[in-house]
Design a binder for this molecule. Structure first.
Ligand SMILES: *[C@@H]1O[C@H](CO)[C@@H](O)[C@H](O)[C@H]1NC(C)=O
Ligand SMILES: *[C@@H]1O[C@H](CO)[C@@H](O)[C@H](O)[C@H]1NC(C)=O
Length: 337
């Protein structure tokens, strides 16, 4: 198991925030596997330091600088830059098996059982029936596969312009060859899917293990309105299930990542995510959720700050009381001055 790892990719400081929360969520659910993050050259030094505090291995991938086949591939297909960076995960040959997860995913429970699967296992993409989504997949690092993937990309390009197209083209028998390589829907509970396919959420949502925040508005681009306890930012009104996962992302971010960012950034600003506010961008929490949170708060006796921190880390924040957004926001504001 020491030679198995979860791997993610952060190409800039915003995705690095996603990677920090993802890494924390994996660790909080007691994974026994190593944590590896591939980063692009643009990721700043303070962000790298924070990532080093969370991940076992932080590896800089600079395709333009690599002087190998990847560089050549890049010269031929500059449009596939980020894809080549992601394909780099196959070079992690000091691990025998890995699970790749996009930095905009969040783990809701232990998912180490994914390592029982073989390359290439992934969840189907409901939008493209015979395709897998490349946000979460099981693979075996191998220089041979890596070289073949690069060759495939330069020769065939990508039918969707990104890594999903390349990987589906290369592992083209995924849909038909071996059903054990089809991960259940619970590994791909995307927030968009929840919004668009609410019946599917009702059926599977309770067992969700991974949330994938697809779309242009990422968790780190929202901000909270302290007076109304509402999320701001994003494109359009969201359904409640979406906001409860966003809430989960934010509770982990503000409780465990923000203090680390603060430590490494000092007085420099790091919270770039304040999107301009519009009324149509409001996310409101449904009344059932409010009730659940309220009863949780009422039942809980006052906690010491040690106990509170512990609960936070276990994902049991006291949203209505000590850890309410007013307080989180006040803390954030203090950090940001
Ligand atoms: C992780 O392990 C700790 C220490 O053994 C335990 O207290 C905690 O409940 C575990 N967390 C989860 C989510 O299983
Ligand atoms: C999950 O499903 C959505 C559509 O509902 C799809 O767009 C997305 O790519 C899928 N993600 C993963 C990780 O399979």
């Amino acid at each position: 198991m020491a030679d198995e790892a979860f791997v993610t990719l952060a190409t800039n400081d915003n995705y690095a925030k996603g990677a920090m929360v993802l890494g924390k969520s994996l660790a909080n659910h007691n994974t026994t596997r190593k944590l590896v993050v591939l980063i692009g050259p643009q990721v700043s030094d303070p962000s790298r330091s924070v990532l080093k505090g969370i991940y076992d291995e932080v590896r800089v991938v600079d395709v333009l600088d690599s002087g190998d086949t990847a560089h050549l591939a890049m010269m031929k297909r500059p449009d596939l830059g980020i894809t080549f960076t992601k394909l780099h995960c196959w070079t992690l040959t000091h691990y025998s098996k890995c699970v790749f997860m996009d930095a905009d995913t969040l783990v809701l429970s232990n998912i180490d059982e994914l390592f029982d699967r073989e390359e290439l296992s992934a969840a189907p993409d409901p939008g493209w029936p015979d395709c897998f989504n490349s946000g979460v997949f099981v693979f075996r690092p191998s220089m041979e596969t890596y070289e073949k993937l690069l060759q495939y990309s330069t020769e065939h390009g990508s039918f969707d312009g990104g890594d999903q197209g390349v990987l589906n083209g290369f592992f083209s028998n995924w849909a038909t060859a071996d059903i054990s390589k089809h991960l259940p829907f619970i590994y791909n509970l995307s927030s968009i899917a929840i919004y668009t396919y609410l019946p599917a959420f009702k059926q599977y949502g309770g067992n969700a293990k991974v949330v994938h925040f697809l779309g242009e508005t990422k968790p780190w681009s929202y901000t909270f309105d302290p007076s109304s306890r509402q999320l701001r930012g994003g494109g359009g009104v969201q359904e409640a299930p979406h906001s409860s996962f966003l809430l989960e992302w934010w509770s982990l971010y503000s409780s465990t990542v923000v203090p680390m960012l603060h430590e490494h950034y000092g007085d420099q600003p790091f919270h770039s995510g304040c999107v301009e506010f519009q009324l149509s961008d409001m996310v409101t929490f449904d009344s059932a959720q409010e009730e659940r949170l309220a009863s949780h708060a009422a039942a809980a006796p006052p906690l010491s700050s040690e106990e509170r921190k512990e609960r936070w880390e276990q994902g049991q924040a006291d949203y209505m009381g000590m850890d309410s957004f007013e307080n989180i926001q006040r803390k954030l504001d203090a950090f940001l001055k």
